[in-house]
Each structure stands twice: as C-alpha cells, then as structure tokens.
Design a protein around this ligand. Structure first.
Ligand SMILES: Nc1ncnc2c1ncn2[C@@H]1O[C@H](COP(=O)(O)OP(=O)(O)O)[C@@H](O)[C@H]1O
Ligand SMILES: [Mg+2]
Length: 435
C-alpha cells in the first residue's frame, strides 16, 4: 500500500495564487521521494498539505490508504523538519530529543536508551548535555531531525533541511540523512531546489514547475529520459542547448531536423522516427546537453554543427566552449495552468484525467478565488516560439580537461543522435518516456 497518495490535488491560496495544480503522486512504503523544483514552485505548499498544516483546495490526500484531507495534523503520524529546525533553547540536546517521548508519556528508561541510540546515529552523542545555543548549524539540524524522528513516525517530511548549512556540512549531512532514513525504513518526502541533492539522495524524484508536476522517476530515469524540456534543463549542470528546428521528411527518404543554417538527418531506423515524422512541417525544440557534442576535425562526416568559437570558459575540472552556430535558441517553455480555465483541460505531460463535473466545479472555485484568472496568465496558450523566447544562439560544448580550441577559430562538433531530446513547442517530449 502506498503511504501517501495525492489524487488531483490543487491548492489556491486566498489571494488567488495557484500554488499546486491538479497534482497526482504517490510515495511508496519506505521510499525516499524527493520533491524538486525552483523556488516558488509549490514544494512547501505540497508538503504542508500532507502534514495537515495547509488546507487542500481540491482533490484528495490518502495516508495509509485512508482519506486524510480533514485529518488533524496530530492524527497523521507525521513528523516534519524545516529549514531552521527550531529547538527548545532552555533544554539540553538530550532534553530536546526526549521531549516528544515525554509528551507521549513513554517509559523513561526506554526514552533514555532511545535518545542515546539516536544521538549516536546522528553523531551528536558528544553534545547531549549542551544547549542548542552552543551548537553549530549542522549539529542543530541533526538535533531537529532527531527530535522529529524519535517517535518513529510513519512518515517523515523534510523541507530544505540543509539549505542553511555551508557546502561541506551539506554534503556530510546529506549522506547521513540518506543512510539514516534508509536504516529506519521510514517513508520520507524530502523537499529541495538543489538538483545535486535530489539526484544523490532520492529513490525517486518528483519535479515541479509552477505547481505542475513535470515528471516522476528514479534519478537516472529523469536525468537520461526527461519528460519535458523544463526537466531536461533543470537537471543539466551546464546550460542545456535548446534549439528550434523544423521537421522535414524529404521524399520520405529520411527525417531532417532543419535548423535553418544547419540540417541534421535522422534515419527511419531511429526509434523516434515515427513520432518525429508526425510533426513534419512544424517546429519542434531539440535539446542537446553540452556533453552530447564532441569536437571533431574538419572533414569528418556524420551529424554535426560548425561555427566560430566565441569564447572558452575554464571550470576547473573541465573547459566549456561557446560556439556561434547561428541557430535560434529557445528557453524551456513554462507549463500552462492545467485546470480548465477556458473550458478545456490542458493535457500536459503526466496529464491527469479529470471528470467534467469536477473540472467545472474547480473552474468555478478558481474563478471565485481569483476573481476570474489565476496568476499564471490570462489563457492556456503555449508561449509561441519566436516571441521573445530566443536567447543568444551559442552552442555550449563540453571540451573536457583540455581546451582543444582557441577563441575565434572555427569549430566543428559531432552530434550524438542517440543523446538528442525532442520536444514539442509546449516543451513535452515527442517520444514520451515510459515510467
Ligand atoms: N500563505 C501563503 N499565502 C499566499 N501565497 C502563498 C502562501 N505560501 C506560499 N504562497 C505562494 O505559493 C507559491 C508556492 O509557494 P511555496 O509552496 O512556498 O514554494 P516553494 O516551497 O517551492 O518555494 C508561491 O507563489 C508563493 O508565493
Ligand atoms: Mg519552500
């Protein structure tokens, strides 16, 4: 049984902000599910709805198979840790850790043992007799985590617990959280805006943008096979190359991705060929990570781009090159509100079915709360390519440890066809990943 099920959950704040938009998601027993997305995308709102600290506007929440929308927070068997885990300043670490058990009138000797055991697991056993004011930030967050987990909740919710710590402490505590929650086997939902934290910690990642669920999968699935251009861009450590192309199928011989100044051909044997050919004559977005491009000498055949090397950048462990290829680059399209503002639902990636009457009720409710519109924009038309979304059209190329080019010279890069990602102009994958 899933520990947490969110079924078409929407949150509209009283002021009219649509913070979570028809989101469906499950957390399985014992898994570490990471909610990832940029600041303001609705992560905390979602977590607070699960904890019972925020009302659910529409949709259903199930905890352990039972509907929980109206369950009081204390009846949810949930523990939560925030960015600044507030501790009782006048109690020692031992007193802070023991507090939830004392409230629950647990056996004192059991409490003593449990506090010591947990403090060892969290590497704060040396600090048991100190007050929070004398601890480092990392130690305070360990105590906050210990206090949340001491009662062995069935669900552990963490909201950016590491974001106030310095980089080395973050890495250290990240590894400890990972081993601790896995050792305890407690289902954990962990919120972060940091993609490295998400990729390293998660069993599965759910990635949000503007309250809309973009993708859910294991770190490898969503990194290698992202459902939307937003996911691909958000998980790229360097800027993702997103290029506008027109699909052509000359005499049905092959598929051509026409970038204007450059063309790349894709054989009919490519597994994506059929899906792409459905877009013949139309624009699509082609995503290429900087390491999907390899500098090659003049004259080498195969799919490639050429251009002038505008500049090189030294990143310590690698060099990046910016290649002027004269191809229009685009930004990852923003999701449009999923709820049916103009009488029809916008079927985005991971689209959730919604019945007409529920849709109509939701529409009426959103109108009432927002005075007509949501703050996502006046309609659900996808942003048009070519209307202010173009960026500088340099291709970002990863060179590795050696700068094989000099600025100003002519460069040629091979395109690894198996690594290019193909999106509609709305940002959805043309060949949707299987999950
Ligand atoms: N109490 C609130 N009242 C009104 N709007 C809110 C409230 N809390 C959050 N919001 C808005 O809801 C959206 C999502 O916020 P939040 O869930 O805090 O995002 P995140 O945790 O991903 O940064 C933001 O636009 C934010 O301004
Ligand atoms: Mg937040």
């Amino acid at each position: 049984m899933s520990t947490v099920v969110l079924d078409n959950v929407t949150k509209v704040y009283p002021g009219g902000t649509l913070a979570v938009d028809q989101l469906s998601l499950r957390a399985e027993e014992g898994e570490l599910l990471v909610l990832l997305g940029p600041s303001g995308c609705g992560k905390s709102t979602l977590l607070r709805m699960i904890a019972g600290l925020e009302e659910i506007t529409a949709g259903d929440l199930y905890l352990h198979g039972r509907i929980a929308n109206d369950l009081a927070p204390r009846d949810r068997d949930v523990a939560m840790v925030f960015q600044n885990g507030a501790l009782y300043p006048h109690r020692t670490v031992r007193g802070n850790l023991a507090f939830p058990l004392e409230i629950a009138k647990a056996d004192p000797s059991m409490t003593r043992d449990r506090v010591v055991e947990l403090s060892r697991a969290l590497h704060i056993d040396e600090t048991l007799d100190r007050r929070p004011g004398t601890l480092s930030g990392g130690q305070r967050q360990r105590v906050a985590m210990g206090r949340a987990i001491v009662r062995q909740p069935s669900l552990f919710l963490m909201d950016e617990p590491l974001s106030n710590l310095d980089a080395s402490m973050r890495t250290e505590l990240r590894m400890e959280i990972s081993s601790l929650v896995r050792a305890l086997g407690v289902t954990t939902i962990y919120v972060t805006h940091d993609q490295v934290e998400a990729l390293t910690l998660a069993d599965r990642i759910a990635i949000l943008n503007r309250g809309v669920l973009q993708d859910v999968g294991t770190p490898a699935q969503i990194y290698n096979d992202p459902a939307t251009a937003f996911v691909a861009a958000f998980l790229s450590s360097q800027q993702l190359n997103l290029l506008s192309a027109t699909v052509r199928t000359p005499q049905n011989q092959y598929i051509m991705l026409d970038f204007g100044l450059h063309q790349i051909t894709m054989p009919w044997t490519d597994p994506r060929a059929y899906a792409v050919s459905q877009h013949t004559g139309r624009q699509i977005i082609v995503g290429i990570r900087s390491d999907g491009l390899t500098p090659i000498p003049e004259g080498v055949d195969g799919p490639h781009f050429t251009g002038r090397v505008r500049t090189l950048e030294y990143h310590g462990h690698e060099w990046l090159a910016y290649l002027e290829v004269g191809i229009p680059a685009v930004a990852a399209p923003e999701p449009t509100p999923k709820h049916p503002v103009n009488g029809h639902a916008n079927g985005h990636a991971n689209g959730n079915g919604n019945g007409h009457s529920a849709a109509a009720r939701l529409r009426a409710m959103v109108r009432r709360l927002t005075g007509g519109e949501t703050d996502h924009g006046p309609d659900d038309t996808p942003p048009a390519i070519g209307s202010g979304t173009h960026r500088r059209s340099d291709l970002v190329v990863r060179l590795g440890g050696r700068p094989v080019w000099r600025a100003g010279e002519h460069g040629r890069v091979a395109v690894d066809l198996s690594r290019i990602m193909l999106f509609t102009t709305a940002g959805d994958r043309i060949d949707p990943p299987r999950r």
